[in-house]
Unconditional design. Sequence first.
Length: 200
Amino acid sequence: MEAFEAIKTRRSVKKYEARPVEREKLERVLEAGLWAPSGQNLQPVRYVVIEGRELLDDLQAKLVAGARKLMKLRPVLGLFAPQMRGEKGKRLARSIRDNMLYEAPALVLVGADPSASATWEKDTTLAAQNMMLAAHAEGLGTCYIGWTLLANRLGRSDRERFGIPPDFAVHDGVLVGYPADRRGAPPRRAVDEVTTWVGA
Ligand SMILES: Cc1cc2nc3c(=O)[nH]c(=O)nc-3n(C[C@H](O)[C@H](O)[C@H](O)COP(=O)(O)O)c2cc1C
């Protein structure tokens, strides 16, 4: 698949087949993440791949509960986080759904030891994007799940249960599986609308 075609046809998949993703395919997706750029080429990116319905459902329940609890604090959070105020904040709260992880067969937590690099957060997100494009080219579906950031709030025994090492800060979460439906592309802004050209 040509690069621009992959970029334009990738979609966030919100319905998955139950069948697991073959280990070799998952490994190729993870490898694609490792070919993303990283500050000073320090390569701080690490993965935790969570599979199995029971574990994923447990994690989902904890993330949903954490997200709902956090959203109850909106009036306070809104004081220093403008995106939590008004209609935007309400929309975010409404976006929390019980099946937050869409019954995907695998969730890749992308993170790092924050002491490993000053740019670790950017590095992990760039890796996540590479993974989503590579997965799409392999015929797999993905969805970035922002709420996985709340995995950082899990207690020690939960972290152990979900295989998250003590020095691993979660930054991104990417669901991976075989897509069970295909959505049309949500519209994008035009280049002209978002670009300031200077000096040309
Ligand atoms: C930072 C970030 C957080 C996101 N979090 C979620 C999420 O928690 N749940 C979800 O269903 N989609 C999530 N998405 C996916 C977006 O909703 C999706 O990318 C957007 O609607 C555009 O659709 P497309 O990816 O199919 O082009 C997230 C995307 C980003 C970049």
